[in-house]
Design a protein around this ligand. Sequence first.
Ligand SMILES: [Zn+2]
Length: 521
Amino acid sequence: MFWADKIAQEIKEKRGDGPLIIRDEKTMSGRVHIGSMRGVAIHGAVGEALTEHGVDNEYYYEINDFDPMDGLPAYLDEKEYEQHMGKQLKDVPAPDGKAKNYAEYFANEFLEVIAKSGYTPKYYRASELYESGKMDPYIKMALEGADKIRDIYKKISGSDKPEDWLPLNVRCEKCGKIGTTKVTSFDGGEVEYTCHEDLVDWAKGCGHQGKVSPFGGNAKLPWKPEWAAKWGAMNVSVEGAGKDHSTRGGSRDVANAIATEVFNIEIPFDVPYEFFLVGGKKMSSSKGSGSTSKDISDLFPQEVFRLALIGKDINKQINFEPEGETVPTLYDQYDKIALAHESGEEDDFTRLYEYCQLPEVRKDIPKAFLPRFSQLAYISQMPHVDLEEQVKEMKEAELTDLDKETLKNRLEYVKYWLSTYAPERYKFEIQESMPEVSLSDLQKKALATLADFVKENDEITGQMMHENLHAIKEELEIEPREFFTAIYNIFLNKDSGPKAGWFLSVLERDFVLKRLEEAGK
Ligand SMILES: [Zn+2]
């Protein structure tokens, strides 16, 4: 069974027909790594599956703008941002000076990527949640249950909190920083705190001491109690998390214990999932480009992007190599499951294909001819080629309007890929004049024989050319590799290239003849 169906079934057995709240979140501390899109998509696909299984559900996504700035991405000016370290992301200025704040600036790009993926969660901000007062009862419970929370940390994750520790960060009324304060007492209504210069090594406090209400957005809970509190405040029934949170004794275990033992709420159904790696690494958001959700989403149209996100079982790691074979392979995989679906097969793969489409078209998916991505990459680099004509030959039938539109669309992605990540072996340029190459006598003889064949035939199809190349190979007893290398050498100044028969047949006949004769001398 397809993984999303399996999870939906399990949820239905355990939680009934709903309505259920699904939730996920991302802290907007910088450009968002593609790994976070896996969470967006898994929660989205589970929501879609629940709907199909008759379970009423709503998917909420939190833009976390309430966390402190505790690290600086490499692409930002350190001098400019140093002063803001320790402030909440909502209080840090946007890098472009236009967006409402730092968090919104990065959210803008990420929300565009989510829109492209076709998942449609309802968005809310962490600041709104705190300011609405919905977190207040949990803040109170956490402060009053500080001893219990301390014990839970000790018991589950083995971390020691000092005797006087209180699970709260207050925003300093003087300097506005939240990462630098330590709460020292709670009297049921207000907390006393000190803003320390050296509490953390990533931000400097101002030394202010104050007393303030911890409610209504003046303070925030530390991450693990906060996670549990959000489940309560948002009435969450389903929430998964990446592998890094889901290890034994990890943040999920701690949050679970706080939820049951301190807040007395039901733990959401967990959907733990593996990493989405880029180039074998789980790069942090602080690193440069190439692995952000935007970078990866730019490589695919919606349906193939969805395949990249949900195509693997959630307990399997995705390793994405933008500069390797990942991109053409993913398009090939998409075409394969599309074909299987069209032929009426029904298995996990055709179900996956349905999930690559938006729910509203899933029952009646429009059928378009999908020209192979790598083939299109080659054709698009050939001068004087009628693309539609070539694709018509691939299809062996006339192209419909939808075929043409699909071709146009896919071609945009081919061109983008060729100009960005495509490996060298996919790129070529027809050499206008004969490159400097050294050919053996046998290679020359083969090329001269090929020239004769071109001379004798006015119209040569790819198939004819292919058969003739084979015949010459046999006749002259030349190794295929030796022969083809000679062809690629003289036309592309490279040792490899697209399928030779097809390649030669789409070049201008006179040009081919002249080059072969020149090389065969
Ligand atoms: Zn301060």
